[in-house]
Design a protein around this ligand. Structure first.
Ligand SMILES: CC(C)(COP(=O)(O)OP(=O)(O)OC[C@H]1O[C@@H](n2cnc3c(N)ncnc32)[C@H](O)[C@@H]1OP(=O)(O)O)[C@@H](O)C(=O)NCCC(=O)NCCS
Length: 186
């Protein structure tokens, strides 16, 4: 499939998942460690954000900003001398937002052994125009069975994110109203 696939949803032509899928690779060095001597989680999170940002920019054809990052899971420590591969793809698209799924793998830089899955994350990016306002993104077209499963799971996470944001907003509004009500004299 190409960028000129049939339009769906918001009228923009869809783009297949593979069109923007990206891998960012980096060898970990000694200045990226925490006090335990393994690689700092924040260093991995930066790589995750960088890879996801590249994918979101490629898919949306322009600037995109991180709106949220959730479910960052660290499964195994990353060590100095590990060659880390950060694989990212668009799982789901809305009107102006995209969920990007990221998988982090690590292998010894000088050993031919299979890479270990060391972490995963889901990020939401919003495509923005030159004034920083959200702009419409092309719908993602899942290609494989795995892409389709990720698309469906992303839709579930989207529903939960919206529900949780709405519930928190309502709770804060209620608390605000309670605070501004005159105290009962009993
Ligand atoms: C993200 C941002 C563009 C959203 O702008 P907004 O005026 O709230 O616009 P909207 O409410 O229309 O949100 C735009 C889209 O992002 C999604 N979104 C916004 N905040 C979100 C959040 N916290 N989690 C998940 N999705 C979010 C919305 O659901 C919407 O998706 P849709 O168009 O696909 O339905 C704006 O909040 C922003 O610029 N944030 C700062 C981003 C940044 O600087 N990132 C780097 C961090 S250092």
């Amino acid at each position: 499939m190409t960028d000129h696939a049939p339009a769906s949803g918001n009228g923009l032509p869809g783009k297949p998942t593979a069109a923007s899928r990206t891998t960012l690779s980096h060898i970990m060095s000694g200045n990226e460690t925490n006090l335990l001597g393994t690689v700092h989680g924040g260093v991995i999170m930066k790589l995750v954000d960088d890879a996801a940002g590249a994918v979101a920019g490629r898919h949306s054809g322009g600037p995109a900003v991180t709106a949220s990052m959730d479910e960052m899971v660290f499964l195994e420590p990353v060590r100095v001398g590990d060659l880390v591969h950060v694989k990212a793809q668009v799982n789901w698209t809305g009107r102006s937002s995209m969920e990007v799924g990221v998988r982090v793998l690590a292998e010894r830089w000088n050993e031919a052994v299979p890479a270990t899955h060391v972490g995963s994350a889901y990020l939401v990016f919003a495509a923005v125009d030159s004034d920083g306002r959200p702009r419409t993104v092309p719908p993602v077209l899942p290609e494989t069975e795995q892409d389709e499963r990720r698309h469906q799971e992303a839709q579930i996470r989207r529903t939960h994110r919206l529900a949780s944001r709405r519930a928190i907003k309502e709770l804060r509004a209620r608390k605000q109203r309670e605070r501004s009500m005159p105290e009962s004299t009993g």
